[in-house]
Design a protein around this ligand. Structure first.
Ligand SMILES: [Fe+2]
Length: 145
């Protein structure tokens, strides 16, 4: 398996786990500004779910099988899941910053590996996704000020 496809399966697994983790934050965030943060986290899980599907479909186009079970995701993921409890807004932003930063790094590494393999479609896909993470990381940095 080429290096970028191995990394892409890592990415698919992390996104699959983060879809659940972000729902946890969406449901369990508390505080005075509950509603906008609750809705913001919904936008984020919608975005990563889209990225998850696009990365998996790109793997299919490359002739690979994307990982497609929660069991396998938990075997390979680098994402740490959270307990069911109340989360303060500042905690939610700190967690989002860490996880989106991780996704940005991984997507950047996939982009570089794909570039080395002249896999330009994967390069373009990952550049778009890195761009989107950058924007969200900026929103979060502003919120944390
Ligand atoms: Fe919801």
């Amino acid at each position: 398996m080429a290096k970028q496809t191995e990394l892409m399966n890592q990415y698919v697994a992390d996104l699959g786990v983060l879809n659940v983790k972000f729902h946890n934050l969406h449901w369990n965030v508390v505080g005075e500004r509950f509603k906008p943060v609750h809705e913001y986290v919904e936008e984020l899980y919608d975005m990563i779910f889209e990225n998850y599907d696009e990365a998996a479909e790109r793997l299919k186009m490359l002739g690979e099988f994307p990982l497609a079970s929660l069991k396998k995701y938990l075997e390979v993921t680098n994402v740490e899941e959270l307990d069911e409890k109340d989360y303060q807004i500042s905690e939610v932003y700190a967690i989002l910053k860490q996880d989106l930063g991780h996704l940005k790094t991984l997507a950047t590494n996939i982009r570089s590996a794909a570039d080395e393999a002249d896999d330009f479609a994967t390069v373009a896909l990952m550049e778009d996704q890195v761009d989107a993470y950058d924007k969200e990381l900026w929103f979060i940095a502003q919120a944390l000020k």
